[in-house]
Design a protein around this ligand. Structure first.
Ligand code: 6R9
Length: 623
């Protein structure tokens, strides 16, 4: 008797789930009766930290290195699985001593230091959903994330090293926690040794509280659907969404994909994912996937050109990195710096190269394979999202017919389609929208505190078919392989970071001099897209009258303060009007033409077609 495809798919995931240790086995692989809210491995119970740490020590691998950590100034730490277990237990005991109990939220804003991993795993061990906030995000961004999740504890550090300098962190997080009454304590790791403002009774040093705890802690098993973390990501509105991930399905798919996509062998590979733990890639492929697979990883704190442009290659050579996973924007930066830099290092240990975050252009793909991969190592381009939790589309290594720039096919257990706006699958050689037409174990379980937004954002585009709408354009080639074409909504991708146009617009209009703002992503050869803003100043002043340089600098700084330096517009143009349709919608397409220095396209749907002449005339004056 042949099985229905769905049955095969569920059976496949049940097999993958067996890689984990379950205290109680599940009784149903998938409960989709409350769609689009999935429940995977219902009735199953497990502890994520036990799976990532303790079980490896118990199986005799306590002396295996979990992390070769390298600080930006050159200091190093080697952390074995046995040491990781004792650090995670001490951290868990410290969190318990603060009265935190399963279900309480913990915000984490830390640099790429081992304590970030200890903190995440301690939260997972206690069933405390964490919300990691990227270290480059501003106090305002941190504050809104703490407020939305109602976090009781913030874990941060005195400072962080960036580009060879010790920058403050605690002084900034204090600007956020001054307004967030839900935060009862701030736990502070000493990293740079800088003086920090201190609130007695609320603030606690990590080395006082954690280092003095017992290194013994018995993990408790949680339901497979217990919330593991919330991670905020940009959507099409100004307010970031808290993407919710849970326990059993997430860990199953993170572990499976990490092993399968990179062909990872925990006994011989040295793995390095260059992401920051503030992004989903850091969650799934620095922390949860690799540790569940007992991987030996490299973790690096700093920027790739500190103190010199060979820093990554030096690290690959030093530790014998065999799997290297990074983003196209960094590959293009390496290309700019020149191939003679990697050529100075022994990169012969490299066996597999990974790419994530944005479409990888064929030139970058070829350069990566040749100059980092010695023309031997396969390049695996992995498509996925914060929402998908783990890799969805990628060529499995071992497929000899590599295609530079194509993520190829959905992984086993995953189903994806390219469809037209009616939801009909397009043919070979045609493009359309990427959708996921079957639930998957590491799928988001919702948007924190906003079920309607979850349904509306992801499931309302193709209600008849019940497809998950990813927000990406894609194309089938003549072989039926998938090529990703980038976002089709108002989400920009700058150096692999998702930033919504609306978020930057609302930051701009919150400045007293700005009346209106429109933001577009313009193609950029290094960063993928660059943020270009068009602003109308209050009182109709143009930048010329109001002192262009000063106004533009103030606005860029303001956006950095509201969101973070990554959201600073590359260019800000002051204009007298914005191009709008009769219904008042801004025509970003035309602004993109201007931003990319192209002839402006069809203007017939504009309410006032002369607006573009005004804008162009203004630009000519400005240059
Ligand atoms: C993992 C991650 C998700 C968006 C996604 C898409 C783009 C990611 C890609 C890719 C083409 C790839 N994206 N990987 N586009 N090829 N291999 O990046 O998550 O930060 O949520 O971004 O990034 O546009 O929709 P996230």
């Amino acid at each position: 008797m042949s099985l229905s495809p769905d049955h095969d798919r569920l059976e496949f995931w049940e097999e993958q789930a067996q890689r984990l240790h379950w205290d109680t086995r599940w009784n149903q692989a998938l409960d989709w009766s409350g769609a689009p809210f999935a429940r995977w491995f219902t009735g199953g119970r497990l502890n994520v930290a036990y799976n990532c740490v303790d079980r490896h020590v118990e199986a005799g691998h306590g002396d295996q290195v979990a992390f070769h950590w390298e600080g930006e100034p050159g200091d190093t730490r080697t952390i074995t699985y046995a040491e990781l277990r004792s650090e995670v237990c001490k951290t868990a005991n410290a969190l318990l001593s603060l009265g935190l109990r399963a279900g309480d939220r913990v915000a984490i804003q830390l640099p790429m230091i081992p304590e970030a991993v200890f903190a995440m795993l301690a939260c997972a061990r206690l069933g405390l959903p964490h919300s990691v906030v990227f270290g480059g995000f501003s106090p305002a961004a941190l504050r809104s994330r703490i407020e939305d999740a109602g976090a009781r504890l913030l874990i941060t550090s005195d400072g962080q090293y960036r580009r060879g300098k010790a920058e403050p962190m605690k002084a900034l997080t204090d600007e956020a926690t001054g307004y967030t009454p839900s935060i009862e304590h701030v736990l502070v790791v000493r990293r740079t040794g800088a003086d920090v403002p201190w609130t007695e009774g609320r603030d606690l040093w990590w080395h006082h509280l954690v280092d003095t705890q017992s290194a013994a802690h018995r993990p408790e098993a949680f339901d497979a659907e217990h919330p593991l973390f919330v991670l905020y990501t940009s959507g099409t509105t100004g307010k970031p969404k808290g993407i919710l991930h849970t326990t059993g399905g997430y860990l199953t798919q993170a572990a499976y994909t990490h092993r399968a996509v990179f062909g990872l062998d925990p006994d011989s590979d040295i793995y390095w994912c260059t992401a920051d733990i503030g992004w989903i890639t850091g969650h799934s492929y620095i922390v949860y996937g690799p540790l569940a697979n007992r991987t030996t990883s490299v973790m690096y704190e700093g920027t790739p050109n500190t103190p010199h442009e060979g820093r990554h290659f030096e690290i690959i050579e030093r530790y014998g990195v065999s799997v290297y996973y990074t983003a196209p924007t960094l590959i293009r930066t390496f290309m700019k710096w020149g191939e003679d830099i990697p050529a100075r290092y022994d990169l012969s240990s490299i066996g597999v190269l990974g790419s994530v975050g944005e479409p990888i252009n064929p030139e970058a793909w070829r350069w990566y394979r040749r100059h980092i991969g010695g023309d031997r190592a396969p390049v695996v381009d992995t498509w996925w999202q914060t929402e998908t939790g783990a890799v969805m589309i990628a060529p499995l290594p071992g497929r000899p017919d590599a295609k530079p720039g194509s993520a190829r096919t959905p992984l086993p257990g995953i189903s994806a389609k390219v469809v037209d706006d009616q939801g009909r699958e397009v043919g070979k050689g045609e493009s359309g929208y990427l959708v996921l037409d079957q639930p998957w174990p590491s799928m988001l379980r919702g948007v924190w505190g906003d079920d309607d937004r979850y349904r509306e954002t992801y499931w309302s585009r193709f209600p008849a078919q019940g497809y998950y709408f990813a927000g990406d354009g894609a194309r089938y080639d003549e072989d039926g392989d998938i090529w990703l074409l980038g976002r089709i909504d108002d989400v920009m991708n700058v150096s692999g970071h998702r930033i919504s146009t609306a978020e930057v617009e609302s930051a701009l209009v919150s400045h007293p001099t700005v009346a209106e703002a429109a933001v577009v992503g313009a193609s950029d050869t290094t960063t993928g897209q660059a943020i270009v803003a068009f602003v109308i100043l209050r009182g109709g002043a143009t930048a010329r009258e109001a002192d262009a340089g000063r106004v533009v600098a103030a606005l860029r700084e303001h956006v950095a303060q509201e969101i973070g330096p990554i959201a600073k517009p590359r260019r800000i143009l002051t204009v007298p009007e914005l191009p709008k349709t009769r219904s008042g919608k801004i025509m970003r397409r035309l602004l993109r033409d201007v931003a990319e220095n192209r002839e402006v396209g069809d203007v017939t749907t504009l309410a006032d077609a002369s607006v573009m002449d005004l804008i162009n005339a203004g630009l000519v004056r400005e240059t």
